[in-house]
Write a protein that binds this ligand. Structure first.
Ligand code: 2BA
Length: 105
């Protein structure tokens, strides 16, 4: 059993959730915030057998776009000349964790 954590742009979250669910992945969505841009994004938790991890990643990749966003670091709106003016955000940041135990009642 694995746990996939996938951080995706809010604009892609509905289509990602739908595509995962259609292929019988069980999904939980958390409303999260990126620490750099301080803009809302969506983190998916997907618990799945190890042999289905690559399919889940393919689905997420298929439905997440890269976007250029103006960087206003730390949400202050203040420019800092040592930081980039624009950043590429997404498609998705995906982590795959081993699950020691999974029980469901
Ligand atoms: P944010 O932290 O708001 O970052 C938004 C984008 O800003 C990043 O896009 C990256 O292009 C840039 N960026 C982030 N930190 C930076 C820094 N210290 N200096 C310069 N540029 C920086 P993505 O890499 O596509 O990340 C999108 C969102 O995914 C992130 O939002 C964060 O919420 C999450 N994320 C990405 N990688 C992560 C990681 N290794 N650990 C935890 N969360 C991650």
């Amino acid at each position: 059993m694995k746990l996939i954590l996938a951080i995706v742009n809010n604009d892609d979250s509905a289509v990602v959730a739908g595509a995962l669910s259609r292929e019988y992945f069980t999904v939980t969505q958390l409303s999260t915030t990126g620490g750099f841009l301080m803009v809302g994004n969506t983190t998916f938790l997907v618990g799945t057998p190890a042999d289905r991890v690559e399919r889940a990643i393919e689905i997420i990749k298929e439905h997440c776009s890269t976007r250029v966003k103006e960087a206003q670091p730390l949400g202050t709106g203040l420019k800092n000349s040592s930081l980039p003016e624009n950043v590429n955000v997404g498609g998705a940041a995906v982590f795959v964790l081993d699950v020691e135990k999974h029980v469901k009642f």
